[in-house]
Design a protein around this ligand. Sequence first.
Ligand SMILES: [Fe+2]
Length: 394
Amino acid sequence: MEKKTYPDRKEALELLKEAGERNPGPWTEHSLTAAHCAEKIAGYAGMDAEKAYILGLLHDIGRRFGKRHLGHVSDGYSYMMSLGYEDCARICLTHSFNGKDLDAYVGNFDTTEEETQLLREKLSEAVFDDYDRLIQLCDSIAGPGYVMDIIDRMTDVKNRYGSYDPAKWDANLALKEAFEKRMGRDLYEAVEKDTFQAVSISQVDLEMDDPSENRPGSTEDLLELRRVSPEYRDEIMAYCAEFPKDRMRVTLEEDRIPGLDHLEAYDDIMDWFRFTEEMAGKISWFLTFRTSDQRLVGCAIFRHDLKYDDDDPEFSSHIGYSVRPSEQRKGYAKEQLRLLLRKAKEAGLPSVRLICRKENTGSKKTILANGGVYVDTIHGEESGMDVERFDIKV
Ligand SMILES: [Fe+2]
């Protein structure tokens, strides 16, 4: 059997959670942020996004042993080696040194002579690969729970410690440029700088964490939203045909497919298209296409105001969506919602309200993964359903 050089996602989260209980602090949210950035960048850069997430998550795991500066690098290295996770150990060591120069460390040299010797030795032996460089970059943009501008973050570190090695500063900027080139996109856009917010590690539900739901769009899985229009008539019909009646118990209207709201009220789909045009500026319908093969994978509705929801006011939501059954469990729901939140932001909404049935853990996971904050649970007399309400800042 091949040797495991890093743990799986669930174990990595457990390690971080346990470490956060031993030494609580914003460092755990910083780690979740670095992991998020690493996963996103890797997905776009054609690297292993899962591995990147895990390495990002554990790069500062040495902080488990208390508040130390250079000591956390040494602690992290030794701890990961003791568990046999060589890749993680190397990342613990290399994440602070993009020039392989121990003396360029920004912070206090609070290691024992023996530890310093070990760091020097291992650092000179280390062969940096794309993952070392990726985590170095992510560390230089990951704030305590949110993504920062690289200059702001380095300035912040400089102010805290009094200095910042100029070569390291330049090397970080070069890393940004190199990864942007590789991804073919802006770094901050790739890591969702303006919308990402890490949840606290104590709130991370390990059981709910399903890699298939959290995988970001890899290069071949990119999605794009397009406005509903009659030219997509056939695709929409094929989409609807995939929803057998017994799978549609998601909304109060029995035949309603979430995201294609009100279509059930029309015998002729062309009349529905006309209705969607009449509602312009009040309600927008979107079709989510996978760019690699132009397949319609999801449908979504965005109500510019809650009053345009025909449900009872307490059950109203800004956004509703579905993913076609043959394309579910591939992480598309999460990505689709992320794109919709961007639309909400463009429309000038400060936050959006979302609801999901209490037992619909998949939907709940999608909302939480996009920064959803639980509001409350309400009971629908008519539907007999318990519904959870969430708000997401956009
Ligand atoms: Fe870090």
